[in-house]
Design a protein around this ligand. Structure first.
Ligand code: SF4
Length: 235
């Protein structure tokens, strides 16, 4: 069984290589990380565990087909860390119906079934997350996904930027996406609140940094869904 936090859509993919593409999200529950700025705590912290529903691949697939009206699109597997769930059968089922699959993970756990994905977004967590990167696990993720892997980095500051450059240099063949970090606003500002001024300031800083550094192979993007809906769940 697969632990599911939420299934929603169709909406658009809000970040990275598939930005703007219509998609249905399957967000799994549980994560082996605890990033300092995680913006999906409802799919991470054990206090939300009661909301996570164990579902079979067939049950999830029925919901995806209902939401997409049976029209093939890209299914985004997210979390939490979806790599800790047994998603191989779900991917095989969806692919047999003409759907595509993208999965985003920090790259801490490599699965053989990554080979069945159309896109594996590896988002190793930079120093501001307060997490350590297991490079051997990341190597294995890249090798399991082959040409389907891309790198995406959240960047809050200079240390994060340097980290992104170092990891990108390790995997020279992979496309690289950078996005400005999204600080969760202090408690009391309401669900979905976002520090938009801070976000835009970091976006401008990141664009200038990449230009000054002449890192021209990279793509810099904001999180489109945050610009549209803030940090609301289920959009
Ligand atoms: S890896 Fe992702 S889901 Fe897990 S704690 Fe970090 S930001 Fe949150």
């Amino acid at each position: 069984m697969i632990r599911v936090s939420e299934i929603f859509g169709p909406t658009i993919q809000g970040e990275g290589a598939l930005i703007g593409k219509p998609t249905v999200f399957v967000r799994t529950g549980g994560c082996d990380y605890r990033c300092a700025w995680c913006d999906t705590l409802h799919a991470v912290k054990s206090q939300y565990r009661d909301e996570w529903k164990p579902m079979s691949a067939e049950e999830i697939w029925a919901k995806v087909e209902e939401l997409s009206g049976g029209q093939p699109l890209t299914v985004s597997l997210s979390g939490g860390n979806p790599a800790i769930q047994p998603l191989g059968p779900l991917i095989a089922l969806g692919k047999s119906k003409g759907y595509e699959f993208a999965l985003e993970t920090q790259g801490s756990i490599a699965q053989e079934w990554f080979a069945g994905l159309d896109t594996l977004i590896l988002s190793p967590k930079p120093p501001s997350s307060k997490m350590e990167t297991d490079l051997s696990a990341l190597d294995k993720c890249v090798s399991n996904a082959g040409s389907k892997a891309i790198l995406k980095f959240v960047v809050f500051d200079d240390a994060d930027y340097l980290y992104a450059k170092e990891i990108a240099a390790r995997y020279k063949a992979l496309p690289v996406y950078l996005q400005p970090g999204n600080h969760t606003p202090p408690d009391g500002q309401g669900e979905g609140a976002v520090d938009m001024d801070g976000l835009m300031t970091r976006m401008r800083w990141l664009v200038e940094k990449v230009g000054a550094d002449q890192w021209f192979s990279v793509t810099v993007l904001p999180q489109l869904h945050v610009l549209l809906w803030g940090n609301m769940r289920g959009v």
